[in-house]
Design a protein around this ligand. Structure first.
Ligand SMILES: Cc1cc2nc3c(=O)[nH]c(=O)nc-3n(C[C@H](O)[C@H](O)[C@H](O)COP(=O)(O)OP(=O)(O)OC[C@H]3O[C@@H](n4cnc5c(N)ncnc54)[C@H](O)[C@@H]3O)c2cc1C
Length: 363
């Protein structure tokens, strides 16, 4: 079998895998994605904190990002700790307000960067075998007669962490929250720039207008909520949102649209045991830590963990335990900080303390 040598093989061409491939240039990178082509449709996950600007600068993409179809984030209006709406703006945030991004354009920017910097990106790779060959990782892809070999293999497969689990690293799904959401066509007069967040008895909502002319409406509730299936009806979903004046104000007479469902709870790898998979194994983005959407940290973490992984790889982590240790310490610190903050966030709406959604998440 012919053999092809790479510096790193990455599994998953989402934001984390693409950012890592772009960062590793000019190293030889093979990036395998199971989808047949880059995602085209609308995708939820549009809030990017201002602190991401530093990561984008170091990735050499901040200027291009700034010229994109992204909106500066307006104020947040939250009905959370109390029944009264609380306005929060970013005046005192040194990192700035952040953005409501055009997600498709953001991922396309990362894809172009990875491509232009020389990564070999292959779509439609659904079936492949991964094994250890001497000191390296070996990947055989169905329909390709080449043996692909690298000292480093990275799981960037998102919340499924499919490679890490296949290689024996423990993965815990800590929350069975799901997100029901619609992309509503915002009326021309909808110029509202606020992000609206609201806790109710059974979960929490948010809505924000995108630059593309759509308004996202999302409801996060437990997967076993008895009315979850009924709420997948577009009219029922919109009606339920309109019961809340904070949302009704911006929804107006907007027409209902298809309701999508995504798993949306915390999940994470057992970071200290990453080595179980073998030397030179790393995980980035959601594959390492999947954040609850309330934190708006998923994309920031995709970029930050890609940066940390690139440092570890450039320091020869497969044969330099301290480089691997530094990578694991960074992920461990992030997960500890996040979990502590998440618990406090879910303790906020005291008025629902007895409701099962909140009781199960208060810690
Ligand atoms: C409801 C919801 C709202 C969110 N809102 C926000 C937000 O406002 N702000 C924010 O920052 N984050 C948000 N997020 C999180 C954000 O979308 C993720 O953190 C981000 O997409 C993670 O990027 P990733 O590359 O790690 O994973 P993904 O984006 O999931 O990409 C993983 C890629 O790997 C591929 N893949 C999977 N398995 C395999 C396999 N076996 N072989 C090859 N390829 C594979 C997938 O097809 C995919 O292309 C939200 C998430 C949800 C669910």
């Amino acid at each position: 079998m012919p053999r092809c040598d790479w510096d790193a093989i990455i599994l998953g061409a989402g934001p984390a895998g693409l950012a890592l491939a772009a960062r590793l240039a000019p190293r030889r990178v093979l990036l395998l994605e199971r989808q047949l082509e880059p995602a085209q449709g609308l995708r939820i996950g549009e809030s990017l904190p201002g602190a991401a600007s530093l990561l984008l600068q170091r990735l050499g993409l901040f200027e291009e990002f700034q010229s994109g179809n992204h909106l500066e984030r307006g104020a947040t209006i939250a009905i959370w700790d109390s029944k009264e709406p609380v306005w929060r703006d970013s005046l005192r945030d040194p990192a700035g307000p952040g953005w409501v991004i055009d997600r498709r354009q953001f991922e396309q920017m990362l894809l172009n960067a990875a491509n232009h910097r020389g990564a070999n990106i292959r779509y439609g790779c659904q079936n492949f075998q991964v094994s250890r060959a001497a000191e390296d990782w070996s990947v055989e892809i169905e329909g390709d007669s080449t043996q692909h070999v690298a000292p480093v293999i990275v799981d960037a497969s998102g919340r499924s962490a499919s490679l890490a689990r296949r290689l024996g690293v423990n993965h815990t799904k800590q929350d069975s929250q799901v997100c029901l959401h619609s992309f509503l066509i915002a009326p021309a007069h909808d110029e509202d720039t606020t992000t609206r967040i609201l806790a109710d008895q059974d979960g929490w909502w948010y809505s924000v207008r995108l630059a593309s002319g759509y308004r996202v409406l999302a409801y996060h509730l437990d997967a076993k909520h008895p009315e979850r299936l009924d709420l997948q009806n577009p009219e029922a979903f919109l009606d339920c949102a309109r019961h809340h004046p904070l949302l009704a104000e911006v929804l107006g007479q907007t027409k209902a649209a298809e309701v999508h469902t995504r798993p949306a709870g915390t999940a994470m790898l057992d970071i200290p045991s990453l080595d179980k998979a073998g030397p030179g194994f790393l995980a980035v983005g959601d594959a390492a830590i999947t954040f609850d959407p309330i934190s708006s940290q998923g994309l920031f973490h995709a970029l930050a963990s890609a940066e940390a992984a690139a440092k570890a790889i450039n320091a020869g982590c497969w044969q330099a335990p301290p480089a691997m240790q530094t990578f694991k310490q960074e992920l461990t610190a992030v997960s500890a900080h996040y979990l502590a903050k998440l618990r406090l966030t879910y303790q906020g709406p005291q008025r629902f303390a007895q409701a099962s959604f909140w009781a199960e998440r208060r810690g």
